[in-house]
Design a protein. Structure first.
Length: 189
């Protein structure tokens, strides 16, 4: 994705989704202030408000990332993202150095970020691995965890489905294997 396209997407996120989320947060605040809901209802509304705040923060991070100059390599970006998301759960980080086109790099980073978040938030695992390499003329991305498994396209809300669609849009292959020993997602582009 070219720099002008990235800037346009950042503007669209700001003017669209980000503003809608802020408005939703204000509506939840007004709902809490205008009524005296039952305590359980009040807790539910507050919980939704915190979730909206988290979404706003995520969208803002994405907007800032889109505006970052392309001086950082995909490998450096993945290393940083994996460390931030996984923390001490990250037990193996194998990221090979090779040239990746900027547009493909954005897609790889987005897919890896979603997979790492899924591992942290849903797997209940204690160990996460990420691998990025070049095999022949293909880019290979793999994320593994030692969680409880059960991740399938059928059980996925949108995360795995979106990753599979991204991979296929790029002419790639998507494999997900998930059982009681953990989950492994491999993408070849």
């Amino acid at each position: 994705m070219s720099t002008p396209q990235r800037l346009e997407l950042a503007r669209e996120l700001h003017d669209g989704v980000a503003q809608d989320l802020v408005a939703l947060g204000y509506e939840l605040d007004l709902l809490l202030a205008a009524t005296k809901p039952h305590e359980q209802t009040r807790k539910g509304i507050r919980s939704l408000r915190f979730q909206v705040d988290e979404l706003i923060a995520k969208v803002r991070r994405e907007m800032y990332q889109l505006r970052e100059p392309g001086t950082i390599s995909v490998q450096e970006k993945l290393t940083k993202v994996a460390s931030q998301i996984c923390g001490a759960r990250l037990i193996r980080l194998e990221i090979a150095e090779f040239d990746i086109a900027p547009a493909l790099g954005l897609e790889i980073t987005a897919m890896a970020t979603e997979l790492l978040r899924n591992s942290v938030n849903h797997s209940r695992g204690s160990e996460i691995e990420i691998h990025l390499s070049q095999v022949e003329n293909h880019t290979y991305l793999e994320v593994r965890d030692n969680g409880e498994g059960g991740a399938t396209l059928e059980s996925s809300r949108l995360g795995l489905i979106g990753i599979k669609e991204r991979a296929e849009k790029l002419g790639g292959a998507f494999i997900c294997h998930s059982d009681s020993s953990g989950t492994r997602v491999a993408i070849t582009l």
